[in-house]
Design a protein around this ligand. Structure first.
Ligand code: SF4
Ligand code: SF4
Length: 420
C-alpha cells in the first residue's frame, strides 16, 4: 500500500469530479450526518461521520493532511456502508455515497490498496465470476433441483435454449448461499403462478459486479461493459432481479453506461405490477404483524418504498407496523459498501441495533425484500440474542399464494444442499 506522503493530494483530486471537489468545500459542519449515521452510532469517532470524512478528504486533496491522520481517513472511508443516510439528512445535499465510492476508486488509482478482505473478495469476484468462489457450473442448479423436487410447476428454461420476454437474474447470493436459495426458488414459482414467461442464464449468469463499484475497484466499468455486451447480444428485453444489491448494480450503476439499465426491475416492482394487474392473487390468510426493513439499495438509493409495502398490504391477514426509522430514514443493517468484509463485528452490532428497533414495534417478525439484508439481520438477531423471526418478503407472499414453496419446504427439498 502506498503511504500518504507518496500520494500527492492532487492525484486524489484528479480522481474526483468537479462537483465532488466543490462538495468537499460545501460542508456546513452542522453535524446532522452524525446524528443519523448507523456506523457512528456504534463507533463515535469524528472520522467515521460524513463531516469527519469530508474534513479529512478536503485536507488530503489540499495537501495539508498530516501523515499521522491518514489512517483515520482510510478507516472512515472504508468503515462505511455507503448507506446514503448522511446524503438524505444533509442540508447541503452532498451526494455522499457517490463521493465515498469515487474516493475509494481514486485512492485505488493512486496505488492505495483497499483493505485486505475487500481485496480478497474483489479477486474472488473477478476470478470466479461470483462472490462465493464457487464453480459457475453450480450456478443454475437451484432451478433444476427445485423442479425435480416438485417445487416448480414447470422447468425453468435456460436462456440459451429458450429466450423469453423476461430474464430472471438470480444473483450470486440466491444462487450459491444455501440460506437464501429459497428466495430464487420462490421467485421462480411466483413468476410461474402469474404466468410470466421467463428464462435464467444458469451457469452463464455473471456477477453483476456492483460490489466492484461499492469498493472502488478500477475494473468496474470494463467488467460492467462485458456484461452489457452479453445482455445486448442476448437481446434481453427486461431483467428481473431479486437482490437489492444486483438492482443497485444492474440498474443504478449501469445507468450511465447502458440505456437498457432502465429495463432492469426489482422483484418487488415487478410483483407489485402483477398483483395490480390481477395476474397474481394473494388469497391465503397470513395472520401476522410484521415490520418492514427498507434495504438502502432499494429505498434511499432508488426510492422503492411503496411497492414492497403494497405487496405486504395485499396479503390477507398481514398487518404492517413501521419502525421509527423507515423509508428514507431506515437504519442500515451494515451489509452494504463492503463494510461487512472489513469489520464483521461492526455489521453485527449495526444489525443488532436494527433488530432491537424492530422488536420495539411489537411486531411478530421483520420482513425485508433483500437477501443480503436478510442475512445481515440474522446476524443482528444473534448479536442481541433476539427471538424475532426474520423473513424475506417472498416468504410472506408464498405463504399466501403457494405455501408448498415455504422456506422450510425448499430447505428440506435441498437437503443435502446444492452447494458443494
Ligand atoms: S453513508 Fe451511511 S454509514 Fe457512511 S457515513 Fe453516511 S450515514 Fe454513515
Ligand atoms: S450534514 Fe452535510 S453539511 Fe452537515 S456536517 Fe454533515 S456533510 Fe456537512
Amino acid at each position: 500500500m502506498a503511504r500518504h506522503k507518496e500520494v500527492p493530494g492532487d492525484q486524489i483530486a484528479r480522481g474526483l469530479t468537479w462537483r465532488q471537489l466543490v462538495e468537499l468545500e460545501a460542508c456546513a459542519r452542522c453535524g446532522e450526518c452524525q446524528v443519523w449515521c448507523p456506523v457512528y452510532a456504534q463507533d463515535s469517532r469524528e472520522c467515521i461521520s460524513a463531516r469527519g470524512k469530508l474534513a479529512l478528504l478536503r485536507r488530503m486533496v489540499g495537501g495539508s493532511l498530516p501523515e499521522g491522520e491518514f489512517p483515520e481517513l482510510l478507516e472512515g472511508l472504508f468503515e462505511c456502508s455507503a448507506c446514503g443516510q448522511c446524503h438524505v439528512v444533509c442540508p447541503v445535499r452532498i451526494n455522499t455515497p457517490e463521493l465515498w465510492e469515487q474516493a475509494r476508486q481514486s485512492f485505488a488509482g493512486a496505488g492505495i490498496s483497499q483493505p485486505e478482505n475487500q481485496v480478497k473478495q474483489l479477486t474472488t469476484i473477478k476470478g470466479f465470476n461470483n462472490s462465493y468462489g464457487k464453480s459457475q457450473e453450480e450456478r443454475g442448479l437451484w432451478a433444476r433441483r427445485a423442479f425435480e423436487a416438485g417445487l416448480l410447476k414447470r422447468p425453468v428454461p435456460l436462456w440459451k435454449e429458450r429466450p423469453s420476454p423476461v430474464l430472471y437474474f438470480a444473483g450470486c447470493t440466491a444462487s450459491f448461499d444455501p440460506e437464501t436459495q429459497p428466495v430464487a426458488v420462490q421467485t421462480a414459482r411466483l413468476l410461474q403462478e402469474a404466468g410470466v414467461e421467463f428464462s435464467i442464464m444458469g451457469s452463464e449468469e455473471p456477477c453483476c459486479v456492483g460490489k466492484l463499484r461499492r469498493m472502488g475497484d478500477l475494473d468496474f466499468a470494463a467488467e460492467a461493459q462485458k456484461r452489457i455486451g452479453c445482455f445486448e447480444e442476448m437481446g434481453v428485453k427486461a431483467i428481473v432481479v431479486s437482490c437489492a444489491g444486483c438492482y443497485k448494480g444492474l440498474h443504478s450503476d449501469y445507468t450511465s453506461l447502458w440505456p437498457g439499465a432502465q429495463r432492469v426491475f426489482h422483484l418487488t416492482e415487478f410483483i407489485d405490477g402483477l398483483i395490480r394487474e390481477g395476474r397474481l392473487r394473494p388469497g391465503g390468510e397470513v395472520p401476522l404483524t410484521v415490520t418492514y426493513h427498507d434495504p438502502c439499495h432499494l429505498g434511499r438509493h432508488n426510492q422503492i418504498y411503496d411497492s414492497p409495502r403494497r405487496i405486504l398490504q395485499a396479503i390477507p391477514g398481514l398487518r404492517v407496523v413501521e419502525m421509527p426509522r423507515h423509508r428514507a430514514f431506515s437504519a442500515c443493517c451494515g451489509m452494504g459498501g463492503g463494510l461487512k468484509v472489513v469489520n464483521p463485528s461492526l455489521q453485527h452490532r449495526m444489525a443488532g441495533a436494527r433488530i432491537r428497533e424492530a422488536e420495539a414495534t411489537g411486531a411478530e417478525a421483520v420482513v425485508t425484500p433483500c437477501q443480503t439484508c436478510y442475512l445481515g439481520l440474522l446476524h443482528g438477531v444473534e448479536e442481541v440474542s433476539s427471538t424475532l423471526p426474520v423473513y424475506h418478503l417472498n416468504e410472506m407472499l408464498v405463504r399466501s399464494v403457494c405455501p408448498e414453496v415455504s422456506r422450510e419446504a425448499v430447505l428440506a427439498a435441498f437437503s443435502p444442499r446444492v452447494s458443494a
